[in-house]
Design a protein around this ligand. Structure first.
Ligand SMILES: [Zn+2]
Length: 339
């Protein structure tokens, strides 16, 4: 490793931080599609860490977490390089808006999900596939490890949760290591059984590049989970030996194999039960929320936990449509690792 490092046309000399844009194309009316990049080129040798967020634009808080984390990294003291793409899917952040949030899960230009479009295509391709190709070739291929930050969407508050799908082999071991090093209070490790074709972490693992998808904070706002999430990002840089300092771990850290994304069967207004929120401990069968008819108060759905667990994400929005997120619950009978 020597000299400057480049991502597309953006480059940073040794010991410097630079900002710039990747050009992904031009829309019908001439609007340029630009993806912002921050590069920190450390003064000393070390690994290359990729930091990606907002592949899903309705999850914008990752960009704020990365902004804060990188203000705390001095490239003059950094060992290695950090390639950060906080607004990886700009149109999905800028446009749209549903009951789930501001922003959309897909790119409004072609309605494709960027996190199902990797490794992408350079030509004869939709814009989202071209963006995926650009990110994969210019950023991910240079990385020794990466984080792909998601949040609870604009509809939910969420504690930091390290979600990682583990493929077979050596890269799977590295992914597990990253998942633990993140230091989120809850991790969910599942085997990769082809559930998410085209997802960034899955396609990168096929190329031998380990990455995980932390889901941290949410609601499109700054809350008490943002700063702990910043520490999680910095924990990874510490784990890789890139920055000094002891990792910051929670009082208790668990990894579970069973993790429920509780989605509603019906629409209405959602009311969490008394005492239910992020961090709440629940018992099997305990009611966590009710969905009522906003006109008649009729109870349309009673949401109960199917196991003993910890609520890691909880809805903060009243209206919910069928399939909307009620909460996430980590099954505490499925703990596979603990610190
Ligand atoms: Zn997401």
């Amino acid at each position: 490793m020597s000299g400057s490092i480049s991502v597309g046309n953006v480059s940073a000399p040794r010991g410097e931080r630079t900002f710039g844009y990747l050009n992904a194309g031009t829309l019908a009316g001439g609007t340029e599609v630009r993806i912002g990049v921050q590069i920190l080129n450390g003064a000393q040798d070390g690994p290359t860490l990729g930091l990606i967020s907002t592949l899903h634009g309705w999850e914008p808080v990752g960009a704020e977490i990365l902004r804060r984390a990188l203000l705390r990294v001095d490239p003059k003291r950094l060992r290695g390089r950090i390639l950060s793409v906080p607004i990886a899917n700009p149109f999905s952040v800028e446009f749209g808006g549903t009951v789930e949030s501001a922003g959309t899960v897909v790119n409004p230009s072609d309605q494709l999900n960027l996190n199902r479009s990797f490794p992408g295509k350079p030509k004869y391709a939709w814009l989202t596939e071209r963006m995926a190709y650009l990110l994969f070739e210019q950023v991910i291929r240079q990385c020794d490890a990466f984080l792909d930050l998601h949040d609870g969407t604009g509809a939910n508050k969420m504690m930091p949760v390290g979600i990682f799908l583990r493929p077979e082999g050596l890269v799977g071991d590295k992914i597990s290591e990253l998942g633990r090093a993140l230091g989120a209070p809850v991790g969910n490790e599942r085997m990769d059984r082809g559930q998410y074709p085209g997802a960034l972490t899955i396609e990168a693992a096929r190329q031998g590049i380990p990455g995980i998808t932390p889901h941290m904070a949410g609601g499109g706002m700054i809350d008490e989970y943002v700063e702990p999430s910043v520490e999680c990002v910095l924990n990874i840089a510490k784990h890789l030996g890139m920055i000094d300092g002891d990792p910051v771990y929670p009082n208790r850290q668990i990894v579970v194999s069973d993790y429920l994304v509780y989605r509603s069967s019906t629409g209405g207004f959602l009311y969490l039960e008394e005492g239910i929120g992020v961090g709440a401990t629940v018992r099997k069968g305990q009611i966590v929320a009710r969905i009522l008819d906003p006109l008649t108060s009729e109870e349309r759905e009673v949401c109960a936990s199917p196991f003993d667990g910890i609520v890691t994400m909880a809805r903060i929005r009243l209206p919910i449509n069928p399939g909307g997120y009620v909460c996430h619950i980590a099954n505490t009978d499925s703990i596979t690792w603990e610190r």
